[in-house]
Design a protein. Structure first.
Length: 202
């Protein structure tokens, strides 16, 4: 669920105008840092321009100790806790760019330049997600992205964004998004049906 305030995600490892990867520690990951979450990172020195991305991959790298532990027949709970909470297990979080913010105004196209290495990546807060998702132009950037599970990411981003809306507005928001998807995927009915199934209320 979208939180009321921004939260640190990680620091940029590599970036391009189409997306960025950031790194953090495994003990900093919680259910807010999820597939489909909206994140932001400054791309200008003064912080006036911030790229907006959607998380599409969360990768936990292994290390020699982890390789040894997975071969054990059983793992002591204290060892498991130490491995997860105390050791600096590296995590990579990858996001595809869906727009940028300039002077408080959101633009749904690729940002003018990528962020620099070690720039701080944060979760967008609920107000930012609400404002950004008033338009649906960013759909094409997700549906056209390469090397990502595009349809599943589209659905996850919409479900994530819906929690930024008051409960009474969520249904209308999803209907609006479904209609836009129907226009964009009109020539691929099988794919459209799959995406609509993914966003259908349970």
């Amino acid at each position: 669920m979208v939180q009321a305030q921004t939260s640190f995600v990680g620091r940029v490892l590599r970036a391009s105008t189409t997306g960025f990867d950031c790194g953090t520690r495994s003990n900093r990951i919680d259910d807010r840092h999820s597939f489909g979450a909206f994140v932001k990172v400054p791309v200008s020195d003064d912080g006036q321009i911030q790229a907006v991305g959607v998380i599409h991959t969360i990768r936990i790298d292994d290390d020699p100790l982890a390789r040894e532990l997975v071969m054990a027949s059983s793992i002591d709970s204290m060892i498991l806790m130490d491995q997860r909470d105390n050791r600096m297990v590296p995590v990579e979080i990858c996001a595809v760019n869906v727009g940028y913010q300039y002077g408080g105004v959101f633009v749904q196209t690729l940002p003018p330049r990528p962020p620099l290495s070690l720039s701080e990546v944060s979760l967008c807060d609920a107000a930012e997600v609400y404002a950004f998702t008033q338009d649906c132009d960013y759909f094409q950037l997700i549906l056209g992205a390469s090397d990502v599970p595009r349809d599943e990411l589209m659905a996850a981003a919409l479900r994530y964004a819906s929690y930024a809306y008051p409960e009474g507005e969520r249904y209308d928001f999803m209907v609006k998004c479904g209609r836009r998807l129907a226009n964009l995927l009109a020539n691929d009915l099988k794919r459209l049906s799959h995406v609509l199934t993914l966003i259908r209320p349970q």
